[in-house]
Write a protein that binds this ligand. Structure first.
Ligand code: FES
Ligand SMILES: [Fe+2]
Length: 417
């Protein structure tokens, strides 16, 4: 089979699967997780055409603060300029193409700087990428500094998150995620700060990660003792399909709700965590609000924090992940804040370690010739929605907004009454 015929066959299988109703849904073909040609297709047709999240503004507080990130053979630096603008610049020097921040312990990959300096021949660039200084170039005929600069990628800051769009053609994120913005408005995410961060080298496909992130059927097995007691998988549900993001709800048990109420009023023991976010509705304060901004912006709201996972796909079987916790500035006023940082860091590390084990084991299973296209539970609706996004993007479109009540969960029951 020629390579393009192979890719076409996989894409047809993806499209056929995505066309099935949820009740008959199956998993994606295994090739979509392990085939490098399919990954290259995703890179060129999805990741480079959509918005990828790189950083949060709290990592870039002052002019000159920067973070280096590598994505799809593009060495990038996210940097705040003297004009306070955040830009995504290429780290490729305009002289002889050196990556100006080599991946070596002697060169910082984040921090604060006045100029971006290439270590090779010391060409120096302003924080907006324009060439500021270069010595011994006065005999180069017609050479003018203004013609040389670090290249810039299209970026957008949305609710404090810095996104890049490589091909420069995507619809503005503010428009794509307009409803997403409204739903998370009470958390004021742009004002929040990254308080906890862990980096993970992942030996699995990016879709293994986002599927695991979005479905909570696995609480029953993977998180039986960690998340399931407070957010049992069978109570979780998803909103109807949207073009640019998925939203799922993980309601707290009545027991946890009562404990939070007692803790807030001082009538019961303090529930571990941060100071509660103000201005949340009953529903917002009593669930984990789980989101996937397509293709791989993983975001979650709770009564006292937000959680963000930054995923950088590397190849079919590998990606790099940063798991974070964001807190409101007022959380720091709590005398127990430092203690909470430790306990909540452990909490995140514990449940994510459980996910790391299953994700690597899923990838291992997908490599096997015996992996089949399994059937999905109604609790795995987000997995089906991810497939539908993939199939739509492969066809050059986005999913359509479904005008109906959710298939299950409390709103589905209300609609049925
Ligand atoms: S390659 Fe950067 S200064 Fe020469
Ligand atoms: Fe999980």
């Amino acid at each position: 089979m020629s390579t393009s015929t192979k890719l076409e066959a996989i894409l047809k299988d993806v499209a056929d699967g995505a066309a099935l109703p949820l009740e008959r849904a199956v998993t994606l073909p295994r090739e979509t997780y392990i085939d490098e040609e399919f990954f290259a297709f995703e890179r060129d047709n999805i990741f480079k055409k959509d918005w990828m999240c790189l950083a949060h503004v709290s990592q870039l507080k002052t002019p000159g603060s920067f973070v280096a990130i590598d994505l799809f053979d593009e060495p990038l630096v996210v940097v705040r300029g003297h004009d306070d603008q955040i830009r995504v610049l290429s780290r490729v020097c305009a002289h002889r193409a050196m990556d100006i921040m080599p991946d070596d312990p002697s060169f910082p990959r984040e921090g604060e700087t006045r100029l971006l300096v290439c270590p090779y021949h010391k060409w120096s660039y302003d924080l907006d990428g324009s060439l500021r200084g270069c010595s011994q170039m006065h005999k180069a005929e017609g050479f003018e500094k203004k013609d040389w600069r670090l290249s810039e990628f299209r970026s957008e800051v949305w609710n404090g998150f810095v996104f890049v769009n490589f091909d420069g053609q995507a619809k503005p994120l503010a428009a794509q995620y307009e409803e997403f913005s409204r739903l998370i408005a009470p958390w004021n995410v742009a004002e929040m700060e990254l308080a906890i961060e862990f980096e993970w080298e992942c030996e699995f496909n990016w879709k293994v990660m986002v599927e695991n992130w979005m479905e909570s059927y696995h609480h029953i097995g993977t998180h039986a003792t960690t998340l399931n007691p407070s957010m049992p998988g069978e109570l979780t549900w998803a909103d109807a399909e949207r073009p640019y993001f998925i939203r799922a709800h993980l309601p707290y048990t009545d027991k946890l709700r009562a404990e939070l109420r007692a803790s807030a009023s001082g009538e019961g023991p303090k529930v571990p965590g941060f100071r509660a976010i103000k201005g949340l509705s009953e529903d917002q304060a009593n669930e984990w609000g789980l989101y996937l901004g397509f293709p791989c912006f993983m975001f979650l709201t709770t009564h006292d924090r937000a959680i963000w996972y930054r995923l950088l796909p590397i190849s079919a079987g590998r990606c790099k992940l940063l798991t974070t916790t964001l807190v409101a500035p007022s959380a720091k006023e709590d005398p127990d804040y430092e203690k909470a940082l430790v306990s909540e860091g452990e909490m995140l590390r514990n449940f994510h370690s459980e996910d790391m084990v299953v994700n690597a084991a899923v990838q291992n299973g997908l490599k096997s010739s015996r992996a089949v296209r399994g059937r999905l539970s109604h609790l795995e609706e987000p997995v089906w929605l991810i497939q539908r996004y993939l199939a739509a993007r492969a066809a050059g479109r986005y999913p359509e907004k479904a005008n109906r009540a959710p298939y299950h969960g409390p709103q589905a029951m209300q609609a049925a009454e």
